[in-house]
Design a protein around this ligand. Structure first.
Ligand code: SME
Length: 136
């Protein structure tokens, strides 16, 4: 995960913040939480995100990729940097269940086209496959 965020952040010029959130299924009575994992870019205030908040919560709870072309027009958006204009969040699955997600922010509006979605979904799939092989 660390190598992947570094590579995407270095090589893709419009990917200005690249990070993983991992789903923590809390203790009984505690709500599940998305917990910040490896990332590249500025520190974010959002280190723990409940599933009903943010673009991140929307992607994890629906199990679907979310692309937002203009974050200022999406009232789910939790601001990480004033410079962020667009965002993509792709869920990561292990055996059909969401276990985390790959989140990318851009300083450019509508930065995430079909080919970006394909690339980020491919990357999320690699991590899902790798997590599936590691002991539970
Ligand atoms: N913007 C995200 C929060 C995470 S930061 O982008 C790193 C959201 O709306 O869920």
């Amino acid at each position: 995960m660390s190598r992947m965020v570094r590579l995407l952040h270095e090589q893709m010029l419009k990917y200005n913040w690249v990070g993983f959130y991992l789903l923590e299924n809390g203790a009984p009575g505690q709500p599940p939480m998305l917990v910040l994992g490896p990332f590249e870019g500025a520190m974010t205030p959002h280190t723990r995100i409940p599933l009903h908040q943010g673009i991140c919560g929307a992607a994890a709870s629906s199990g679907k990729t979310v692309v937002v072309d203009d974050v200022s027009k999406d009232n789910r958006y939790l601001a990480c940097s004033l410079e962020t204009k667009s965002e993509i969040v792709v869920p990561i699955f292990v055996r059909g269940k969401v276990v985390g997600e790959l989140d990318i922010d851009s300083h450019f509006a509508a930065a995430f086209k079909d080919e970006d979605r394909e690339l980020v979904e491919y990357c999320a799939g690699l991590i899902g496959a790798s997590l599936a092989k590691s002991p539970a």
